[in-house]
Every structure is written in structure tokens, then in C-alpha cells.
Design a protein. Structure first.
Length: 245
């Protein structure tokens, strides 16, 4: 079984796949690196991929294909800072001013003096299009940013760049065992599955498993495993809100 897809969601599915292979006594899944949601879906249509892990809705063209889409998790998108930084949280207005370019120094936010290293993702990345741009509510991103092409690179930059501010899904931070960073509360709400369940944190990505409608039995069994009790427990241990079948 060949699986690929979003750099934010694929690591979560890899964790579930380990439990799946353990139950069956032998590895049955191969993860293909180097693609994204769109590339993995193209692989499905071309017959080179069995499961695409997506972190965005299907495009209009993709939706016209004979594909099945199964949501399996929601992951809060958190803003985070590199330690040491005494700030535990910021407001929406403050973060909009940082990414808008009006605030450039931590001292303006009540932190220590130092220029903010603002981290961002590529313009076409789902984390940016689905979360950051709506978060900005029409305000342009005017800050001088450091652009990271991969989700894991954003996490590593947050760990190692002095005075950095960036954003990442909470589940990915758990999977990568991120160190030396502080997840910020937003308007007093800590991002995570509890806040998502309560409806108090509005910024998240929904992850889906996409397969061909005529997928083999083995593929359908794996999808049901992800959506079943063991899959949900594995996902919830990683700090995401698991979605059942």
C-alpha cells in the first residue's frame, strides 16, 4: 500500500500505520516522501498511489473525479515562539500587526527587546491559505518574513531561530517532539483538541484520507482502521481531535 500527501498530516498517519502494521505482524505500507496533497491525489488518479493524505478540501477539478474522501482528524493551528520568551499568549490583533508589519520588535508586545523573526510558509501551502490568510481578515502580510517550504522546516526554524514567531499544527509539534518553543494562547485560549471540541479555537486544519472509489479491500481496511478505536486513540495521544467514521 502506497501512501503520500500533506507534510502536516502525513506524519500523523505514519504513527497510526505503525500500530496497523504491529497488529498484522509485518509491514504492509510504504510512505512516499516528497509530495503534497495535490501530488498525492495526482498519484491516485495515475495509479501510482493508493491513499492520499490531504490537509485541504478537494479542488473543483479533483472533486469531479471518482474519489472518496474520509475526514479523520482536526488539528489546531498554533502560533509559537522560540524560547526563551516570557510571553505565554497574544491577541488576534497583536498577531495581525506582527504579520502585517506594524509590529517588528518583541518589546512592543511586552517581551524583551529584539527584532521578531517572522516565519511563514510558501504562498501555495494549505496551512497559509486555509489558516493564516483568513486569520489576517483581508490585511496584507507586510512583515519581512522567513519563508519555509516544508512543514517540518517551520518546526525546526521555531526550535532554532532566535526571537522567532511562526505557526504549526499542534499534532506535528507532538510527532516531531519539538523542543525549545512555546505554543501561544490566542485571545486567552490554548490551541488543542479540547478547545476545538468546545468551539473556542477557530483555527484548524481538517485532515482527510482520499482514495479511489474502486480502491482494493486492503486500502479500505486501512482507512477503517484509522477511523476506528485504535486509530482514534493514537491520534488523540498526538494532540489532535480524531474524527470517527
Amino acid at each position: 500500500m502506497r501512501i503520500s500527501g500533506s507534510g502536516t498530516a502525513l506524519p500523523l498517519v505514519q504513527e497510526v500505520a505503525r500500530a496497523y502494521d504491529t497488529q498484522r505482524g509485518a509491514p504492509t505500507i510504504r510512505f512516499e516522501p516528497g509530495t503534497n496533497t495535490g501530488g498525492a491525489i495526482r498519484g491516485l488518479l495515475q495509479g501510482t498511489m493508493d491513499v492520499a493524505v490531504a490537509n485541504r478540501p478537494l479542488s473543483d477539478a479533483e472533486a469531479r473525479e471518482d474519489l472518496l474522501v474520509r475526514p479523520f482528524a482536526r488539528d489546531a493551528m498554533a502560533f509559537a515562539v522560540t524560547q526563551p520568551n516570557p510571553l505565554q499568549g497574544l491577541s488576534t490583533a497583536q498577531l495581525q500587526e506582527v504579520y502585517g508589519g506594524a509590529v517588528t520588535d518583541w518589546e512592543q508586545l511586552g517581551g524583551p527587546s529584539g527584532r521578531i523573526a517572522v516565519l511563514d510558509r510558501d504562498a501555495d501551502e494549505s496551512a497559509r491559505k486555509e489558516v493564516l490568510l483568513p486569520f489576517m481578515a483581508g490585511r496584507p502580510i507586510g512583515a519581512r518574513t522567513i519563508v519555509l517550504p516544508l512543514a517540518a522546516e517551520m518546526v525546526r526554524a521555531l526550535e532554532g531561530t532566535p526571537h522567532a514567531l511562526g505557526y504549526s499544527p499542534v499534532g506535528l509539534l507532538r510527532v516531531l517532539r519539538a523542543q525549545n518553543l512555546q505554543v501561544l494562547a490566542l485571545d486567552g485560549v490554548t490551541p488543542g483538541p479540547q478547545a476545538l471540541a468546545a468551539g473556542t479555537y477557530p483555527w484548524f486544519l481538517t485532515y482527510t484520507l482520499v482514495t479511489r472509489a474502486d480502491a482494493p479491500v486492503a486500502v479500505r481496511r486501512f482507512v477503517e482502521f484509522v477511523l476506528g478505536s485504535t486509530g482514534r486513540r493514537t491520534l488523540e495521544a498526538l494532540g489532535v481531535a480524531a474524527l470517527s467514521a
